[in-house]
Design a protein around this ligand. Sequence first.
Ligand code: NCD
Length: 307
Amino acid sequence: MNKLRHVISAQQLVDREFLDELFACAATLEQEDKLRVLEHPLRGRILATMFYEPSTRTRFSFEAAMQKLGGGVLTAENALDNSSASKGETIADTVRVVSGYADAIVLRHPQVGTAEIAAAASPVPIINAGDGAGEHPTQALIDVYTIHRELGRLEDLNIALVGDLRNGRTIHSLLPFLCRAPGISLTLISPPQLRLPGKYIQMLQAADTRFAETTRLARVQPADVVYVTRVQRERFDSEAEYEAVKDSYRIDLHVADSLKPQSIILHALPRTTEISPEVDQDARAAYFRQARNGLYVRMALLRYLLT
Ligand code: NCD
């Protein structure tokens, strides 16, 4: 695979060799960080984080990653109001200007396809940190890394995807990785209104990935990985439509107890009501470890893109 310039879609990241190297690098960086012997290969380099939608983990972990590698950070949170977008500047113009100050740009935007538009205008790497209900490819890297670390493999797994499969961009970005892995069997659990869009169903069919769609949460029971998503309130046309589905599923102690002992529960976070806090104590609850992994996977990615 050619060296990546921008990271826009998970489809660009599925190469086995690339993933092995990135994940090995992430694990090494974690060790070095724990021993406090990290080097600073990105000294003098600057990362701009431009967030036109709310974020905690993604922005902070990218910024922490850059700083741990010796680089600096320029940040625009709430960029819809606080950047020149509020004066009517196009994303292409903003990116062209910011690329004069920064060596890479992490971009989150409510509109599908914005990262691609930005990449076309940018001489420095653009990293898609979420484009509306489109994709969130670096979250998928973290999810795949976490599955590997927790279960030792990505093959021959029964994976349940639960919740808002229509709007959940982390799911959309995870699927290309799952399509490539042999022996994956997917259970897609959602209310009828929040089913996985046809484009992704076709992706599964084209890859001959085994999958079943259902509305029943009880179908999580045989899964090795239960990946839960938040119902994406900000993507609904009306509050009434959101209210109708917002409490469709809840992983509580009763559901967690029904899972296999060696299974894991993932969630990109933030959660609302879809996983009860009591479940956090269960060893299978891997979502906070998953969030922590984000730091090291993003460090590895920044090092790959900028050295
Ligand atoms: C996710 C997102 O922004 O898509 N959050 C994240 O980056 N960890 C999931 C969500 O907001 O539900």
